[in-house]
Write a protein that binds this ligand. Structure first.
Ligand code: SF4
Ligand code: SF4
Length: 91
């Protein structure tokens, strides 16, 4: 499966590991599999893969994740259009 990477370092995704209990909900809901559970706590992977859908933050019962849904995704699409579709996707 091709992996879509958005613009680098623009994601609003924030993770606060000190609040995480390792319940695993973020692992279940993230369409890009950014989270894994290791040693009883979530570990965040490559933030540039985040499409800011907001599912992880909405489903985290302990407010360990914050994201502004749609901001980075919309920005990436806009920049991609302006640059002829070259900026958004890479493998
Ligand atoms: S949903 Fe929240 S508390 Fe549960 S594993 Fe993910 S970050 Fe940790
Ligand atoms: S906002 Fe969506 S894509 Fe980004 S980490 Fe959360 S669930 Fe995954």
């Amino acid at each position: 499966m091709k992996i879509h990477r958005y613009l680098r370092n623009v994601s609003t995704l924030r993770f606060y590991p000190e609040k995480c209990t390792g319940c695993g909900r973020c692992v279940e809901v993230c369409p890009h599999r950014l989270f894994q559970i290791e040693n009883g706590r979530a570990q965040l992977g490559d933030r540039d893969l985040c499409m800011e859908c907001g599912a992880c933050a909405r489903n985290c019962p302990f407010s360990a994740i914050a994201v502004r849904p749609g901001v980075g995704c919309a920005w990436a699409i806009m920049i991609s259009e302006l640059r002829g579709g070259r900026e958004v996707a890479s493998s």
